[in-house]
Design a binder for this molecule. Structure first.
Ligand SMILES: NC(=O)c1ccc[n+]([C@@H]2O[C@H](COP(=O)([O-])OP(=O)(O)OC[C@H]3O[C@@H](n4cnc5c(N)ncnc54)[C@H](OP(=O)(O)O)[C@@H]3O)[C@@H](O)[C@H]2O)c1
Length: 430
């Protein structure tokens, strides 16, 4: 009978510190649950000389990853450093050395998940990644177990707290994008370089992970059409509200007749939709299965405590398997590869805001570009003119139209001499 389960952390930042703290504070409970204590043997960091908030013996903090990966007393490697490399190589080496792995790294799982999961299975080791999507919200375990009997038809999600915070501020206070971002940075919700969040890449990594599991078909991040929130203006929120909508960055993967629709983009959501009410740093994921119907998961998608809840859940599952000598036999087989649909195969309604010269006949010229491309207008609103610049704003809602046709029409509209710019183009998510 073994006396303990040994854990080795790679990363002792926000998440790593949370994990070490909760492991220390609830050690007795976890020991009773698992049967033996979980002991942190080492923690690898970039700079061991930095002062640490984690309740850990400084002697155990090192920059020597190789020592951790070859330590026979480490049964489980907990990768909470982030980024693609060297995290990818560390996890490969850990699995090859016969260790189990827990990771919170969505980029890594989105890019290398299938390959690493296959390696883990081959070695009979666990690779669990609950914290990689949605922080403390249970998503991966439900998709790999509880919803398995379903044919899943759609996953729609608000899975980036930073952008949801910014968009909520813009909607509720009429803040401009730059001001809302600056506030998010001041509060620690946005990083000094916010690109990954505001351009939608973080949400695309998470969608890739969720959709691959939900549809059992590999969806790589680069297959997801990804648009960020940086071009939105406070006025879009005002105009959307007048029409009964809110604007949210929504990640969508949907099984359609001929393949998979996959995108991350700011969209208009009707104000009565469940996702429309998810505000601030909260996340929510809506999954539709043919047996369950719609199920909704909502909660705090980031932060030391919610994320450590997910990491430790994975760690406890593995510790139990280690104690009882149960090898991983989880079936991760992917089914047929679903093609990802292009703009030619997708239809939607669209919200378009165009800044034009404030002259008669302009609307007719825009309507012609749309009509020539088979896009019909459902409603047009002319907004306040800017007298100094002699421009006006037109807000157009279209009927359902093919996305490629709308993109063609917008390219033509942008070339019209009477058009200053096509300011915003958003899909209506229905
Ligand atoms: N923060 C969240 O709320 C959250 C939520 C869900 C998932 N995640 C994921 O969890 C992971 C960790 O996020 P975090 O917020 O905890 O990051 P973080 O605060 O930046 O911490 C990263 C840690 O990794 C260490 N590290 C970085 N590069 C390293 C390298 N090359 N070799 C060894 N150690 C290295 C750092 O060492 P130093 O301390 O010496 O700099 C630091 O301890 C990421 O994959 C992230 O996407 C985070």
């Amino acid at each position: 009978m073994r006396k303990a389960v040994g854990g080795g952390l790679i990363g002792l930042g926000v998440v790593g510190t949370g994990v070490v703290r909760v492991l220390a504070e609830r050690a007795d409970f976890f020991t009773r649950q698992v049967g033996v204590p979980i002991i942190v043997r080492r923690a690898v960091v970039r700079d061991p000389s930095k002062p640490r908030l984690a309740p850990i013996d400084p002697e155990l903090v090192t920059d020597d990853a190789a020592a951790l990966l070859t330590d026979p007393e480490v049964d489980v490697v907990v990768e909470v450093m982030g980024g693609e490399e060297p995290a990818h190589q560390y996890i490969r080496r850990a699995l090859e050395a016969g260790k189990h792995v827990v990771t919170a790294n969505k980029e890594l799982i989105a890019k290398h998940g299938p390959e690493l999961l296959a390696l883990a299975r081959e070695r009979g080791r666990y690779l669990l990644f609950e914290a990689s999507v949605g922080g403390g919200i249970p998503l991966i375990a439900p998709l790999r177990r509880d919803l398995l009997a379903n044919r899943i038809t759609s996953v729609r999600a608000i899975i980036n707290g930073t952008t949801n915070y910014i968009l909520t501020r813009m909607a509720q206070e009429g803040a401009d994008y730059a001001d809302a971002l600056a506030e998010a940075q001041r509060l620690g919700y946005a990083e000094p370089d916010p690109t990954n969040d505001v351009e939608g890449y973080d949400a695309a990594y998470k969608l890739a992970v969720l959709a691959t599991l939900a549809f059992r078909s590999r969806l790589a991040p680069e297959q997801i059409r990804t648009e960020g929130i940086t071009r939105l203006s406070a006025r879009d929120f005002l105009y959307a509200a007048e029409l009964g909508y809110v604007i949210k960055l929504v990640a969508v993967a949907e099984r359609r007749d001929h393949g998979l629709l996959a995108r991350v983009a700011p969209v208009l959501l009707h104000r009565d939709e469940p996702l429309a009410k998810v505000d601030g740093v909260y996340n929510a994921v809506q999954i539709v299965g043919d047996l369950t119907g719609m199920v909704l998961f909502e909660g705090r998608g980031a932060g030391a405590e919610p994320t450590s809840s997910a990491v430790i859940a994975d760690l406890l599952e593995i510790a139990d398997a280690v104690v009882h000598g149960i090898p991983n036999r989880t079936a991760w087989s992917l089914e047929e590869q679903l093609p990802v649909l292009g703009p030619d195969q997708i239809e939607s309604r669209y919200y378009i805001r165009v800044t034009v010269s404030d002259r008669p006949g302009v609307l007719a010229r825009l309507a012609k570009c749309l009509g020539d491309n088979d896009v019909s207008i459902a409603a047009v609103n002319q907004k306040e003119a800017n007298e100094d610049q002699q421009t006006a704003e037109l807000v157009i809602m279209t009927h359902r139209a093919r996305e490629s046709a709308v993109l063609r029409a917008l390219a033509e509209i942008a070339e019209l001499p009477v058009v200053a710019e096509v300011s915003t183009f958003l899909r209506v998510e229905e």
